[in-house]
Design a protein around this ligand. Sequence first.
Ligand SMILES: Cc1ncc(COP(=O)(O)O)c(C=O)c1O
Length: 379
Amino acid sequence: MKHAEINLSRYRKEFPFTKKVTFLKHASFGPLPQRSWKATQEYYNYLKVEKTDDIDKDAFHKLDEIRILLAKMIHAKPAEIAFITNTTYGLNIAAWGLDLKPGDKILLPDVEFPANVYPWTNLRQKGIKVEFIPSKDGFFDMDNFVKAIDQNTKVLALSSVQFFNGYKNDLKTIGNICAEKDIFFVVDAIQGIGAVDLDVREHQIDLLSCGGEKWLLSSLGTGFFYLSSRAKRKVNLSFFSWLSVDWKLNFTDVMKFDLQPFPSARRFELGTYPYSLLWTMHSSLELLSEIGIKTIEKHNLGLLDVLIDGLREKGYRITSSLEDDRRSSILSFSGKDIKNLYQKLLKNNILVSLREGSIRVSPHFYNTPEEIERLLEFL
Ligand SMILES: Cc1ncc(COP(=O)(O)O)c(C=O)c1O
């Protein structure tokens, strides 16, 4: 078992439900740590209930801190990070902002979550082609990707980690191919960030989009996107807002109508922020960075090692890749009566997901080997 030192007794206190429930479905929705819930309540008390003060410059300072935490997590610069409300929104920024012409081609793996499909197929109305890259055994296939590229190919959009089997794509190789062929490289990273280390610079990613509600243990309605300051293809602003321009936080003199957009990714942010949700996110990000993503990744792989051993012993079929570099914090398996097994687990307070005919197990840093053993007892 890969072992990573995490002070479990300290961190499990952040998740009191663990006394009753074995929660192994972070690939669906992550829970809120206690400290993040407290931070949200403090926000409401301070600004909405007690009415101590109005939103002021401190709030913008907090947003800057979140951008710094997110940038560190993906090895980017804070100026390359902007807030969005979900993954889909960030993907649409690319879909509508890139200067694509009729006949241009977008490539998508044929095993994407629909969030990374409809923003692209919607462009067919403009005469833009969308082609699906055939997968092999549910995994992205590099040869089929290379075969699908032609001179009209302008965009590749894929998930860093595949949602139903946890396949961790070889972003480095894919990014290299995209850079060589001048293909704009878009990554849907919601199934990775927070539990899998990712380096946007090393992987030459042009735009990355990620919702906060899964591995980032943040509220629904939070998310961020990264736009590389070195991206060769320009992403135009399809929407524009009073917060897209540099108004110097001057609340007393806002009626200036000729300000320039921020040079940073912030220019894509639209209107007033969901502060309460971002307060939650701030606390959760602090917690994740206190432990470290590489440590979290190692811990989760160690937990899934226990699961793999048990599944093999009991004769279940593992539907995830077991190649070291292609593994993530998600592991799926199938077998006889899988739907009944899923129901049995639910009834016994072991929360996993059922996806595409497999049970999907997705533990996070506060889960223990004993919890995995508990699941195995029901197989
Ligand atoms: C790979 C992937 N992308 C996106 C989403 C969700 O997209 P959005 O944040 O836009 O709702 C999911 C949700 O399960 C997902 O698994």
